[in-house]
Design a protein around this ligand. Structure first.
Ligand SMILES: *Cc1c(COP(=O)(O)O)cnc(C)c1O
Length: 502
């Protein structure tokens, strides 16, 4: 299988090259030239397999330049019971709430307690193997822009991985105290963490700019280094996410909630559009899919896009209690537009250019039609997020985080508006303990004034009886290693300095 660029159909690279490079030289994103399609018989086989075996099947159909042994090595080292708490890293918890069944797929049992681990525990394995195939001897410099969760998950995935250096940039006031503490306490000799004065989009724009700054690229080349990306623009991030949707479908069949062949709805709390795009790709592969419900917080640029066909980032950036979704430029939407335009690279490039120059674009009528057929977009306010956590907890004793709450709220609104009885899988993207302050204030119905993060954590445990995940508890006594705060326009120099090239 080969991969092409959303902005240049003439580009054609192997999966190893797509993963090693991260982004296409023309600025486009890599997409598979075709999708493997699974029929009923293939799904029958998958039903009898565990998560790791399902992952091997899906990965081997996309990574055709990897051997079966290489794929097995990646999967078996990534999704261990030791790292994910059990042999199923993505268990589904079913709850009855307000007359509806919520099938909550918990994607946060990994080492950093957010769903990013599902991809970032395996990406270093995929990347080091890809580098060996395509760029022998070169060392990869991984640059990450993060709204909080990607940063820590990438640091944990890449720390002390041979032939890699990783530098993470996060918005200084745009992440939760726990996220900041998790990042700043990371061990490892190849890691760097730096705050920037700005929001997530500034960090993301800054990283994209470094990738194309000639002077920096040259300095790296001269020293046997190359850039790569651990952001969800990298195909190696998206692919492992397809697996858990296929696996969730199998689990729903095995649990007797659906029959093989029945359609499901999928609800995803969305920021950069990576997670929901993986669900869309699972649909392209034959997973029976009715609606993709795209849930946003007050940064509801995607809700407007799905409802009107106009993407317009010219609006205030709002800092919310679900910071990992505080994003106005959803990078992975580019891949959807490319596929829905009939793989039209020129049209995709036009939209992306308009986004860069005008901050907005309107898609064609044919794209609009498919988007409204397949997607439903909704958003929820800060109060609604907290009310949802509180109502769900009081009714079912289930404690969800602020991002998952956005998904639950938007799904409930969708049910009210449509009456759609299709069974739904809701992606739960983080442990409530990553956002203890907001979650505790929701449960207690009042503002939390304690200064110390772990005082809040302890109160949340005391009030709810829900245990804090071990990896978060482990950071309690760790001291911060990093404290740099810089202006976004000095990021290229910072990278050169951190790599000792200046
Ligand atoms: C990253 C993240 C999201 C958004 O996922 P995208 O793939 O960027 O759409 C939602 N919730 C949490 C907790 C996250 O860390």
């Amino acid at each position: 299988m080969l991969y092409t660029s959303t902005q240049n159909n003439k580009e054609s690279v192997s999966s190893a090259q797509a993963i090693a490079q991260g982004i296409s030289r023309d600025g486009g994103l890599f997409v598979p030239e075709t999708f493997p399609v699974y029929d009923g018989i293939t799904f029958e086989t998958l039903l009898g397999l565990d998560y790791r075996e399902r992952a091997k099947k899906v990965l081997s159909d996309y990574l055709t330049d990897f051997t079966a042994e290489e794929i097995a090595d990646c999967v078996d080292n990534a999704y261990t019971a030791e790292k994910f708490g059990s042999d199923n890293p993505a268990p589904i918890v079913s709850l009855n709430h307000n007359g509806a069944e919520l099938n909550i797929m918990e994607l946060w049992h990994g080492p950093t307690c957010a769903f990013k681990d599902m991809a970032l525990q395996i990406l270093p394995h995929l990347l080091t193997k890809s580098l060996k195939k395509t760029a022998d001897g070169k060392k990869a410099v991984i640059l990450v822009a993060t709204s909080g969760d990607t940063g820590k998950a990438a640091l944990e995935g890449f720390k002390d991985v041979e032939n890699t250096e990783i530098i993470v940039f996060y918005p200084s006031d745009g992440v939760s105290p726990m996220q900041k503490h998790q990042m700043n306490t990371t061990s490892g000799n190849n890691v760097g963490v730096c705050a920037i004065k700005g929001n997530f989009d500034d960090a993301q724009t800054g990283v994209k700019k470094i990738f194309t700054t000639e002077e920096v690229i040259k300095a790296l080349e001269d020293n046997g280094l190359m850039f790569s990306s651990a952001n969800s623009i990298n195909w190696g991030r998206l692919l492992p996410q397809i697996v858990y949707y296929i696996s969730a479908y199998c689990d729903m069949v095995n649990a007797g909630k659906i029959n093989l062949g029945d359609k499901i709805n999928v609800v995803v709390p969305t920021g950069n559009f990576g997670n929901i795009l993986a669900a869309y790709f699972a649909g392209c592969m034959g997973m029976p899919l009715n609606k993709l419900i795209c849930a946003s917080n007050s940064n509801n640029v995607l809700t407007d896009f799905i409802n009107t066909g106009v993407y317009n980032k010219n609006r205030d950036f709002i800092t919310t209690v679900s910071p990992s979704m505080d994003i106005l430029v959803s990078s992975n939407l580019e891949r959807l537009l490319y596929i829905l335009s009939g793989r039209n690279d020129a049209e995709t490039k036009e939209y992306m250019t308009a986004l860069k120059t005008e901050g907005a674009y309107e898609v064609s009528d044919s794209i609009k039609t498919v988007v409204t057929e397949l997607f439903s977009g909704g958003y929820c306010s800060e109060d609604e997020t907290l009310d949802t956590i509180s109502a769900l907890y009081k009714d079912t004793a289930y404690l969800c985080d602020t991002h998952t709450a956005v998904a639950v709220n938007v799904y409930e609104k969708y049910l009210e508006a449509t009456g759609d009885k299709t069974p739904a899988v809701i992606a739960s993207t983080a442990s409530p303990y990553k956002f203890s302050r907001a979650v505790l204030s929701a449960v207690e119905g009042k503002e939390i004034t304690d200064e110390d993060e772990f005082a809040v954590v302890d109160k949340l445990t005391e009030v709810t009886g829900v245990a804090i995940p071990a990896p978060l508890e482990a950071t309690r006594t760790m001291a911060d290693r990093f404290s740099d705060v810089i202006e976004p326009d000095t990021m290229p120099e910072y990278v050169l300095g951190a790599l000792g090239l200046k």
